[in-house]
Design a protein around this ligand. Structure first.
Ligand SMILES: *[C@@H]1O[C@H](CO)[C@@H](O)[C@H](O)[C@H]1NC(C)=O
Ligand SMILES: *[C@@H]1O[C@H](CO)[C@@H](O)[C@H](O)[C@H]1NC(C)=O
Ligand SMILES: *[C@@H]1O[C@H](CO)[C@@H](O)[C@H](O)[C@H]1NC(C)=O
Length: 226
């Protein structure tokens, strides 16, 4: 009886720490932990070094960049040959993100790259997205006011797509989010939403983590005879 009490308390304690671990890892908001946010930092540093303004990181636009990636359905080789139809922005991308369709603003530039290997955001910027002088023209275009970046592997694995969309919209009124909150979907990370999305787990589905947590809780429940 006594040993049973001890092990029950121990299990409850373990359960408690388990929850603390998962809740904290799921809610920590940190630019350091999001490759899409890091890409925007690299990009803005490069712009300002070339006497261009730093661009506003718009979460609505960034979420749309992630949907844009998803439109390629993992087909890396189509990056240079195909482009999603303009109508997809209003019909699919905006609704998936909770972006109000009436606040969509023309895209003034895009950078898109894909490869099988995952690289750091700064390598993705210089090796994958800055392909030629045309990419530099897009980067330094004076008409951009805002930017949104996203990275995703298909089904949480290779190949990895990196997408940057630029717009000349009014930063506080374009790509407005219903309720002011971006709909976070996995796999994939997008910038501007203070969303913790470290490549070790969130490029995969966060739901998988919660499933593990739920599984563990069930196991502990059985052990306690609840
Ligand atoms: C900005 O990026 C371009 C393209 O990668 C690179 O050639 C240039 O050296 C960068 N500038 C700075 C100041 O980092
Ligand atoms: C900026 O926008 C103006 C007006 O739409 C356009 O005429 C011009 O070509 C654009 N500049 C660049 C560098 O794209
Ligand atoms: C958006 O920003 C502009 C310029 O900074 C300002 O004049 C305008 O009032 C702002 N609008 C809203 C809805 O905050």
């Amino acid at each position: 009886m006594w040993t049973c009490r001890i092990s029950s308390s121990l299990l409850l304690l373990l359960l408690f720490f388990f929850f603390i671990f998962f809740v904290s890892s799921a809610s920590a908001a940190n630019t350091q932990n999001n490759p899409a946010d890091q890409l925007v930092v690299v990009l803005n540093d490069n712009r300002t070094a070339h006497k261009q303004s730093a661009l506003y990181d718009n979460p609505g636009l960034a979420c749309i960049a992630l949907q844009y990636i998803k439109a390629y359905a993992g087909n890396c080789d189509e990056v240079d040959t195909k482009k999603p139809a303009d109508s997809e922005f209003a019909e699919t991308f905006a609704p998936n993100c909770g972006v109000q369709a009436s606040t969509l603003t023309p895209i003034t530039g895009r950078l898109l790259g894909c490869q099988s290997k995952y690289v750091s955001p700064s390598e993705a910027f210089s090796d994958l997205l800055m392909k030629n002088s045309k990419s530099l023209d897009i980067l330094y275009n004076k008409n951009h006011t805002e930017v949104g970046a996203a990275v995703s592997g298909s089904d949480g694995g290779a190949p990895y797509f990196w997408c940057v969309l630029f717009s000349s919209g009014q930063t506080n009124t374009s790509f407005a989010l219903e309720g002011g909150v971006a709909k976070v979907t996995r796999p994939g990370c997008f910038s501007g939403a203070s969303d913790d999305c470290n490549s070790a787990n969130s490029l995969y589905t966060r739901h998988q983590l919660w499933l593990y947590a739920a599984g563990a809780v069930t196991l502990v429940g059985f052990a306690l005879g609840l």
